[in-house]
Write a protein that binds this ligand. Structure first.
Ligand SMILES: C[S@@+](CC[C@H](N)C(=O)[O-])C[C@H]1O[C@@H](n2cnc3c(N)ncnc32)[C@H](O)[C@@H]1O
Length: 231
């Protein structure tokens, strides 16, 4: 609460927020800063979202679970991938759930999108109930990744796909807010975690993006999607 107030005052004075606070908001957006941070994320992460979607190859009638959806501006693109897609969107930020339900009311009603509050450590869905799971920029916040991966395996149908989108540790370390609160992976280290959780890894695809941070020169980010499968 105090941290929130201090950063609110900093914002009003035109000062930049402290980076630990930014990391907290990226992990779980809330309150006054919620809309700002999620709007920023939606723009900054759009290419990675499109890439992950392409890697996931949605098919007609797929039941797809997204973990950690930000502001939901991309929902329509998911629904347009193939006819009969059923989207279930899970996030642990009650703030985001309310915001997204309000902002995308007609799309949610039109397509029967399910927006659910909860954490990927305990996914509130039955066993073997979805064809595909994806998340972008969420794995950094999993203190014990295996707990989340076992839950993802549980809700996936046999042979189901899990696509995880993220940026490599080398890239993330170039960003000013990843010093605390982020667990970072290179492609190989994330694949290893998936295999230890008994996923089979189909492939890891990546592309380069360039981001301007303040007055600094643009930095290079390697954006990645690892495609894994349950047996
Ligand atoms: C950094 S944001 C990424 C948002 C969006 N996917 C993107 O790439 O722009 C992380 C999102 O995941 C959510 N989140 C983080 N950990 C989560 C968890 N364990 N279970 C469910 N949602 C989680 C946050 O509330 C937030 O919406």
């Amino acid at each position: 609460m105090i941290k929130y107030a201090i950063n609110y005052i900093r914002y009003k004075l035109g000062l930049s927020p402290d980076m630990e606070f930014v990391a907290d908001q990226l992990r779980k957006p809330s309150g006054f800063f919620g809309p700002k941070i999620t709007r920023h994320m939606a723009g900054a992460n759009l290419k990675l979202f499109e890439f992950t979607l392409k890697c996931m190859r949605p098919e007609p009638g797929d039941r797809i679970l997204e973990i950690g959806f930000g502001n939901g501006d991309h929902f329509e693109r998911i629904m347009n991938q193939a006819p009969g897609i059923k989207l279930i969107a899970l996030d642990h930020s009650k703030y985001l759930i309310d915001q997204v339900k309000d902002k995308h009311r007609s799309l949610i009603n039109q397509h029967g999108i399910e927006i659910i509050t909860g954490t990927s450590e305990r996914i509130p869905l039955p066993d073997n109930s979805v064809d595909k799971v994806f998340c972008n920029n969420v794995i950094y916040f999993w203190e014990n990744p295996d707990e989340h991966l076992q839950e993802i395996k549980r809700v996936l149908k046999p042979g189901g796909t899990f696509c995880s989108g993220y940026r490599t540790a080398t890239s993330m370390k170039r960003l000013p807010f990843t010093g605390t609160g982020f667990i970072l992976y290179e492609k190989e280290s994330w694949e290893k975690i998936l295999r230890q959780a008994h996923f089979s890894v189909d492939s890891t695809e990546s592309f380069l993006e360039y981001r301007k941070i303040g007055k600094e020169n643009s930095i290079e980010l390697e954006s990645v999607c690892t495609i894994a499968r349950t047996d």
